[in-house]
Design a protein around this ligand. Structure first.
Ligand code: GLV
Ligand code: MN
Ligand code: MN
Length: 414
């Protein structure tokens, strides 16, 4: 059995993880930032070293392609994920899948395999969606779910547009998004949840992914003196926001279902200790594997906001992202299970709680995902951790899945 080069993969994960540290050592590589440029440059250097063709499209997605004269023009087996990060991130989210994809292609190239199709590894732009909405943007555009002009016009949390920022960092490429149509898409990722670790299972064969609803809510009341305004005479946007937060949390917690609800950002105006807030702006992240239940939670939130409005607070809601749940391709899921079994690794089917580029690629090709355990189920946090042996095991399962998909004829020195 051929195997990936463990030290090369692990070394690259750590090298990329050192890029984009702020003065306090926090990892922050937001999409199309200077730090993102440094991470991209490092990755592109590795693609070139591996002898892959490098292509960058207009939304900044980076592709490393291995094709031979015999298979050129055929739809590639496609591996992908992202190398942008959240604020104060861990080093594995996204990066593991991209670097394992490169590792798998390098390993197969060196093995003497004569692939029946090209192989491609992609690093998609702005998967995290922290700076620009929606999340999974690069893969969404690649899959034709959003026009490239609209995506480039997206305004970031710092007021800059994605298009201008990509041009500034030198990653506004020439290729039209979607130029490379996948034959099959596979994504390897850390679980980012507690299931695999709790059950002592090294491999997740991800069969579906929950729906995601992102909204930004602005509540407008009236600023007034905190000391002189009787409680009965207030139009307090801060208090209204706190009530919405409590409502959302309690509704999800009481639902006896996998529904999850998060208010991850909130700001007040004027934001002063002795002034009743005139304005509160916050984001809502609602997720559920069941589309109808997700709709019901969205409707309940709307009804609660109407009640808040009836009490004298003006309510404005903007939709930032909305993706329905996705069911992955059964044959690819079964292929992952078989590959794990052949390596002597237990696997279980599972649902992804996080959003992934695979959910966009599933619109245009059979797709599925492989998960490896996350220590303590922690992610979007610098304490995110997966054991080296687990990372290597996942990459070898990806290797076998991809080898199977591109055909195994002519394997030489493996
Ligand atoms: C992506 O990390 C997400 O928010 O699920
Ligand atoms: Mn990710
Ligand atoms: Mn993430």
């Amino acid at each position: 059995m051929i195997a990936i080069d463990e030290q090369r993969l692990l070394g690259r994960i750590h090298e990329l993880g050192a890029v984009g540290r702020d003065g306090e050592g926090r990892l922050i590589r937001l999409a199309a930032s200077d730090a993102d440029r440094q991470g991209r440059d490092l990755f592109v250097g590795w693609l070139r070293q591996a002898g892959l063709d490098v292509a960058i499209d207009r939304i900044g997605n980076i592709f490393g392609i291995w094709q031979t004269p015999d298979n050129a023009g055929q739809a590639p087996v496609f591996i992908g994920s992202h190398i942008d990060t959240v604020i104060d991130a861990g080093i594995y989210d996204g990066c593991y899948g991209v670097l394992a994809g490169l590792e798998v292609i390098e390993t197969l190239k060196a093995s003497g395999l004569v692939p029946s199709r090209p192989l491609a590894v992609a690093a998609f732009t702005n998967e995290e969606g922290v700076r620009f909405s929606p999340d999974m943007m690069g893969s969404l555009v690649h899959a034709g779910g959003m026009g490239v002009e609209a995506a480039l016009a997206a305004i970031g949390t710092d007021g800059k547009t994605l298009g201008a920022e990509l041009a500034r960092i030198g990653y506004a490429g020439e290729y039209e998004p979607g130029f490379l149509k996948p034959h099959v898409y596979v994504e390897l990722h850390i679980e980012q949840g507690p299931v695999l670790e709790r059950e002592g299972i090294p491999i997740g064969a991800v069969e579906n992914l929950q729906g995601i609803s992102w909204q930004r809510v602005t509540l407008d009341g009236v600023a007034n003196h905190a000391g002189t305004t009787p409680m009965s005479m207030r139009r307090d946007a801060g208090y209204a926001a706190a009530r919405v937060a409590t409502f959302l949390h309690d509704q999800a917690a009481a639902s006896n279902s996998p529904t999850v609800a998060t208010i991850g950002t909130m700001r007040f105006e004027p934001n002063a200790i002795n002034v009743i807030p005139s304005r509160a702006v916050f984001t809502v992240d609602l997720r559920d594997p069941d589309e109808l239940r997700l709709q019901a939670h969205e409707a309940a939130l709307s009804a609660f906001l109407e009640q808040v409005a009836a009490e004298g607070i003006a309510v404005t809601v903007e939709r930032l992202a909305r993706f329905e749940p996705v069911v992955f391709d059964r044959q690819v899921v079964e292929l992952i299970e078989r590959a794990a079994r052949k390596r002597g690794l237990a696997s279980r089917r599972m649902t992804s709680g996080a959003g992934h580029d695979a959910q966009m690629m599933a619109r245009i090709a059979p797709a599925a995902m492989i998960f490896v355990p996350s220590a303590g189920g922690i992610s979007h946090n610098p304490r995110e951790h997966t054991e080296d042996a687990e990372l290597v095991a996942g990459a070898n399962v990806l290797l076998d899945v991809v080898a199977e998909l591109v055909g195994t004829e002519g394997r030489g020195n493996g």
